[in-house]
Design a protein around this ligand. Sequence first.
Ligand SMILES: Nc1nc2c(ncn2[C@@H]2O[C@H](COP(=O)(O)OP(=O)(O)OP(=O)(O)O)[C@@H](O)[C@H]2O)c(=O)[nH]1
Ligand SMILES: [Mg+2]
Length: 226
Amino acid sequence: MTLSVIIPTKNEAACIADVIQELEGVAAISEIIVVDGHSIDETVNIVRSMGYRVVVQPGAGYGDAVQEGVRHAVGDAIAFIDADGSYDPRELPDLLRLVAEQGHDVAFASRYAPGAGSDDDTWLRLVGNKLFTWLLRFFHGVQISDALFLYMVARRSVFQRTSVTSPGFEYCIEFPIKVHHAGLRYTEIPSRERPRIGGESKVRAFYHGWKIFVTVAREWLVRLLR
Ligand SMILES: Nc1nc2c(ncn2[C@@H]2O[C@H](COP(=O)(O)OP(=O)(O)OP(=O)(O)O)[C@@H](O)[C@H]2O)c(=O)[nH]1
Ligand SMILES: [Mg+2]
C-alpha cells in the first residue's frame, strides 16, 4: 500500500526542513505534499529547494489545507503530519500496517492511550482534550482516547466516504465523528508527542476550542433531527 504524507504549513521556516529530512528516513512513504497557507516567511522556498512539491491552498485554515492535500494525493493511504516536528514519523509504519494488513480504514495515534505521552501539552490543552474526548464518546460514541491530535493514517477512500468540510482546526474533530458515523473500522495506538522545534503555534485555545465545541454540537444535532 502506498502512503502519501500531507504537511500543512503556515510560516514554518524554522521547522519544515527538519521535518522533511526526518520523513526521508521513513521507507513506507511514497509521496510528500506540502500545502502552504500563504506563508510570508521562507517556508515555500525551503521546501522547493529540497525538491518537494508545494501546493498553495485556495482558502485559509488547517482543514482547508489538508482537504486540498487530499485532492492532490495519489497514495492508497494518506497521513497528515504537522510541520512543527511534534509528530514522530517513526510511528507511521505501525499506523500504516494497521490499515494495510489488519483491515482498518483509519489508524489514529493517541497521546493518552496507555504507554503514550506528550512533551508539548499545556495543562489547558490537556483539560480541553479530555473534555472533547469525553464529548465525542458521550454524544457520538466515538471510541478514541485523543480527540484533537489527528495524527493518523487513513485509506484514501475514507475521504470520499466521509466528506469532512471544516476549514479550520475543527477538521480534527469532524474527522473522527464522520469516520465513526460512516461505520468505518478504526483503531488507535499509543504515540509520543514531541515539543515544537521552533516557530509559533497557530492555535488559540479558547477561539478554536469554541469552534470545535460548535462542530461537536452541530454534528450531534444534525443526526438528532434527521
Ligand atoms: N496550510 C496551512 N497550514 C496551517 C494553517 N494553520 C496551521 N497550519 C499548520 O498546521 C499544523 C498544526 O498547527 P500548530 O500551530 O502546530 O497546531 P498545534 O500542533 O495544535 O499547536 P502547537 O502544539 O502549539 O504547535 C502546523 O504544521 C501549521 O503550520 C493554515 O491556515 N494553513
Ligand atoms: Mg503543533
